[in-house]
Design a protein around this ligand. Structure first.
Ligand code: VG1
Ligand code: CO
Length: 544
């Protein structure tokens, strides 16, 4: 056994996206590719001697191999101990929980979230810092600069792979590896926050639920929490076995990809409540009996009802949402007299606000909701939050939404995704929108006055760092919005996201369908971007 310094060559242009570095598995398997990213991160960290590291992933193809490499590199750099989930499994929120609980320096999360998995699909890696949250932009920029100049990495050689299938302690050189149960610490935290006896009681009295783990990481978590602890019947968790290729599916909990759950929730004998999570367990979709809860509305409902839940009964300090997320939670904040922040897309922007005690709850329109209990969005936490509210209010999901809208008004909202579009065409769409800005300002579009057009820029209220170029916004005088943004998480071509929103104080003037209510904005979005003709796409790949 010896530490080797291996000569490598820099890789160019691999700037981490919205959430870490995501590439095809084949790219990660290229010689030194993963090692370069890990070394660049370790270079950014500096002296790690005596520190604790956490490592885990969503179990996708290449998870195991990547963990062995990271363990040997961690040992070569003097970490005192590494906590690893059994079989290399840790959901993203569970990793955040473990980093915080054991006061680790940080952790590597191996995941490409909802992107498909398997030898020909995607892999990803990101580093979370000591508060349990994604590394801030200054840190990821530093990693990126390191990857462009790296010439060598350090790794322990001449050692056998560590057997991660058994819990317990193993020594690797001078470093101790603790293989921990992936679920225990997380399940304990959930029981501190939520009233499990009340939820158990709800489930025991004619209230049925379904949870779709989409063959990804939340399977084992959901089985322990819903079936073992809360007593839901066996089979409540659908697609509960975490598979290396996620069963060939696309574990993105939305109306298109969570088809098994959606079919079940719209059937004649649909359960009262349904939910799904994504590949790495940080997203959630909430459904009632034949009823879809828009994620932006979900955040608003959680904020308005937080006082009913044990962990938040003392009140919440403030709320935050990403810019494209609808303003539904703003209305709640206004009424409750809470601070409300608007950040760029990506969870890393919430960390400073939570650390400073300025916000308790935050969320994104992309099925991400969370609180300061960890520093990641948290899928099962959101599901338990909903179940706790339902246990207290004893109403249906639909009735909770309808009464929420009558109290706060309704933000009709939709996101249209055009996936895997040719990158040059996507850029042209963005350029076309931008070129219309000057002409649109102060004019009429979709029967409304355009108040402002800009490219969203954010100044962090805590550390004053600036993040610009975060999405093209067309803001209307009546509060409606059209936003164009390019995804930062895809690995094939470009994905264009169009976010559409309009506010109605009296939502009964419309039916329930958001697409109908937004039809004029949808048409306007196409006309000012020329999207259909530039991309050759007739309709979005996914409508939420
Ligand atoms: C998407 C979502 C964003 C989310 C990010 C990571 O990013 O829009 O809200 O934070 O995924 O989520 P983008 O750049 O593709 O729009 V996860 O669950 O993939 O870690
Ligand atoms: Co995710």
């Amino acid at each position: 056994m010896h530490v080797s310094t291996v000569t490598t060559t820099p890789f160019v242009g691999q700037r981490p996206g919205t959430s870490g570095l995501r590439k095809k598995v084949k790219v990660f398997q290229e010689q030194h590719y993963l090692e370069n990213f890990v070394q660049a991160t370790l270079n950014t960290l500096g002296d790690v001697a005596g520190q604790t590291l956490v490592v885990g992933g969503d179990g996708r193809f290449y998870n195991r191999e990547a963990i062995q490499i990271i363990l040997r590199m961690a040992a070569a750099h003097g970490f005192k101990r590494v906590l690893v989930g059994q079989d290399g499994i840790l959901s993203t929120p569970a990793t955040s929980c473990v980093i915080r609980k054991y006061d680790a320096l940080g952790g590597f999360i191996l995941s490409a979230s909802h992107n498909p998995a398997g030898p020909d699909e995607d892999f990803g890696i990101k580093y979370n810092v000591n508060n349990g949250g994604p590394a801030p932009e200054s840190f990821t920029e530093n990693i990126y600069h390191n990857t462009t100049s790296i010439t060598s990495y350090r790794i322990l050689e001449g050692v056998a792979d560590i057997d991660l299938s058994q819990q317990g302690e193993v020594q690797l050189g001078d470093m101790q590896i603790q293989i921990i149960d992936a679920v225990t610490d997380y399940a304990e935290l959930m029981q501190e926050i939520f009233d499990f006896p009340a939820i158990k009681d709800l489930l025991a009295h004619d209230f049925s639920i379904a949870f779709d783990a989409m063959s990804a990481v939340t399977g084992p978590y959901a089985q322990v929490i819903f079936e073992d602890i809360l007593g839901a019947p066996q089979g409540t968790v659908m697609n509960g076995e975490a598979l290396e290729d996620f069963g060939g599916g696309h574990p993105d909990p939305n109306l298109t990809y969570a088809k098994d759950l959606v079919d079940k929730m719209y059937a004649d004998d649909a359960p009262d409540f349904g939910a799904a999570s994504d590949g790495d367990g940080d997203r959630n979709m909430i459904l009632g009996n034949r009823f879809f809860v828009n994620p932006s509305d979900s955040l608003a409902v959680l904020a308005a009802n937080a006082h009913l839940v044990k962990g938040y009964q003392g009140g919440i300090s403030g709320v935050a949402r990403s810019m494209p997320t609808s303003g539904a939670v703003d209305k709640v904040a206004e009424k409750l007299g809470l601070e409300c922040f608007e950040t760029p897309t990506g969870w890393k922007f919430f960390g400073n606000l939570m650390d400073a005690g300025r916000v308790t709850l935050c969320g994104e329109e992309s099925f991400g909701t969370g609180s300061d209990h960890v520093r990641e969005k948290d899928g099962l936490w959101a599901v338990l939050f909903w179940l706790n509210i339902l246990a207290v209010r004893q109403e249906s999901v639909e009735s909770i939404l309808v009464s929420h809208w009558s109290e706060f008004g309704r933000n009709f909202y939709s996101r249209h995704d055009y996936e895997a579009v040719d990158s040059a065409a996507a850029q042209q769409v963005m350029d076309t929108v931008r070129s219309n800005f000057a002409q649109l300002q102060g004019q009429q579009l979709a029967g409304r006055n355009v108040r402002l057009c800009d490219d969203f820029s954010y100044t962090d209220p805590i550390d004053a760092s600036i993040s610009s170029g975060q999405g093209l916004r067309i803001l209307f005088a009546d509060g409606s919005r059209i936003i164009f943004r390019l995804s930062g998480t895809g690995t094939a071509g470009a994905t264009i996201r169009i976010y559409l929103e309009s506010f109605e104080q009296d939502p009964t003037q419309h039916g329930l369908d958001a697409q109908d209510a937004l039809a004029d904005l949808i048409a306007a979005a196409d006309s000012i971007s020329n999207l259909k003709s530039l991309t050759g796409r007739e309709k979005p790949s996914v409508i939420t």
